[in-house]
Design a protein around this ligand. Structure first.
Ligand SMILES: O=C(O)[C@@H](CO)OP(=O)(O)O
Length: 215
């Protein structure tokens, strides 16, 4: 049985500092690296055929660390021993535009909690100079249909290393959530999500907990 696996990156420097990140290419914290390894342990025994990630290092480094901790899957390494990961800009985090780099709590004090919540969690209101979740759906959806869905239909198990808002966008693309109820969905860092498939299309998902798997 094949599956789709989504993995939000581990904690980043700017997650830890509570700053809007978006397209800014910040690295993982040590805690984020540990989360990635823990997520990888939860993937042990999964017959993974293909790896995808965004072009941002917090996403592809999470996939690399998870795969290191996962063991096996040697066919997914290149001649130099690096993990073969298809990286694409369409899988990047939502562009936070003018908010990138700002502290989230300070921004809420300045513009009001409600306004900041709208920028962060509404479906179709974009933060100034940035992308709404609907914009992210419009770039992630076609990439998924074009690149990933055919692999699932061919029977492959695919791991995608992504971001909070690209995972949320994919939940809409996959029909797990709607534009109306996605605002209440938060994605934990470094915890793999396993999607069951029917005719290559995801029908349901659950989180795989690394610690439980390690025990
Ligand atoms: O700052 C960001 O890029 C994202 C993810 O960390 O933040 P938010 O959860 O507010 O959309």
């Amino acid at each position: 049985m094949n599956a789709l696996l989504l993995l939000r990156h581990g904690q980043s420097d700017w997650n830890a500092q509570n700053r809007f990140t978006g397209f800014v290419d910040v690295d993982l914290t040590e805690a984020g690296e540990a989360e990635a390894r823990k997520g990888g342990r939860a993937l042990r025994g999964m017959p993974i055929d293909r790896l995808y990630a965004s072009t941002l290092k917090r996403a592809y480094r999470t996939v690399e660390l998870a795969m290191d901790a996962c063991g096996d899957n040697e066919k997914l390494r290149d001649a130099e021993g690096h993990w073969i990961i298809t990286r694409h800009d369409d899988l990047r985090e939502r562009d936070y535009g003018d908010l990138a780099g700002l502290n989230k709590a300070e921004t809420a004090e300045r513009y009001g909690k409600e306004q900041v919540h709208i920028w962060r969690r509404s479906y179709d209101v974009a933060p100034p100079g940035g992308e709404s979740l609907a914009d992210v759906v419009a770039r992630v959806g076609p990439y998924y249909e074009r690149e990933i869905l055919p692999k699932l239909r061919a029977g492959e198990t695919v791991l995608v290393g992504a971001h909070g808002n690209t995972v949320r966008a994919l939940l809409v693309v996959l029909g797990m959530n709607t534009p109306d109820d996605i605002s209440g969905v938060e994605i934990p860092t470094g915890v793999p999500m396993l999607f069951e498939l029917k005719d290559g299309r995801p029908t349901a998902y659950r989180f795989l907990d690394g610690e439980a798997a390690a025990e």
